[in-house]
Design a protein around this ligand. Structure first.
Ligand code: PXP
Length: 249
């Protein structure tokens, strides 16, 4: 990705597609939003092709692969269908996430420790075609250690619980979660994994995560898309970038 050494911002454009699909119209177009995000300084674009195609659909992935100059981080569940799609497109990065049909969003991290043989076999062909494989995990040491063991290049630490506690006013729990994330980031880095983080991040919650020196990339979507209603997508991204840079100084 560009901006070597600098904390990267991956913009997740799933919810542009959520809005489009709510009316079955051809607009708003997530590829157009991705290009705008790119112009506004996004270092990468993230899109999650869910099994039920509730937001991003197959044609969006094709459109993104064709249109983007920045790398695509393709989020997907560890299923044969998704593996075949990733092998066809060969995106820069593939982030494996757990997926349940009934969930509103990705609720927890992957159980890499409990499914290591299957996941090792699953990610090998992706690595062989040159995709950087990232595993979306909680900050528990055993999940991070298992991720390194099976040969992932990256772990993306799940910041959802930290953000939820913040907005619920559960500050002790939030701070404990933050400590766990800090320890997880340090452990992952010490094992040679590149560390990313994301889920639920907002202007209020981004700074402590951006300040972790091991974290190289944040993936942020839902909040930015909501905020773009008020500021426009470019300015919403620029403000996130500003807060990330400030936290890093
Ligand atoms: N990272 C991963 C692995 C995700 O699954 C998601 C949600 O799709 C995000 C980051 C972005 O989360 P949010 O949309 O809450 O910013």
């Amino acid at each position: 990705m560009s901006n070597e050494g600098k904390l990267r911002l991956g913009v997740n454009i799933d919810h542009v597609a959520t809005l489009r699909n709510a009316r079955g119209s051809p607009y708003p177009d997530p590829v157009r939003a991705a290009k705008l995000a790119e112009e506004a300084g996004a270092d990468g674009i993230t899109a999650h092709l869910r099994e039920d195609r509730r937001h991003i659909v197959d044609a969006d992935i094709e459109g993104l692969m064709e249109a983007l100059e920045v790398p695509l981080n393709f989020e997907m569940a560890a299923t044969p269908e998704m593996q075949a799609i990733a092998l066809r497109h060969k995106p820069h990065a593939v982030c494996i996430v757990p997926e349940k049909r009934e969930e509103r969003t990705t609720e927890g991290g992957l159980d890499v420790a409990g499914d290591d043989n299957r996941l090792a076999d699953f990610i090998a062909p992706l690595r062989d075609v040159g995709c950087r494989v990232s595993l979306f995990v909680g900050h528990e040491a055993r999940q991070i250690e298992a991720s390194a063991r099976i040969g992932a290049a990256v772990v993306e630490l799940h910041t959802g619980a930290y953000c939820d506690y913040h907005y619920e006013g559960e500050f002790d729990k939030r701070d404990k979660e933050l400590e766990g994330l800090r320890a997880g980031a340090a452990l992952a880095h010490s094992l040679g994994l590149e560390v990313h983080a994301g889920h639920g991040l907002t202007y209020e919650t981004v700074k402590p995560i951006a300040a972790m020196p091991e974290v190289m990339e944040l993936n942020i979507g839902h909040f930015l898309m909501g905020e773009s209603i008020f500021r426009g997508l470019g300015p919403a991204i620029a403000e996130m970038r500003r807060l990330m840079d400030e936290a890093r100084e």
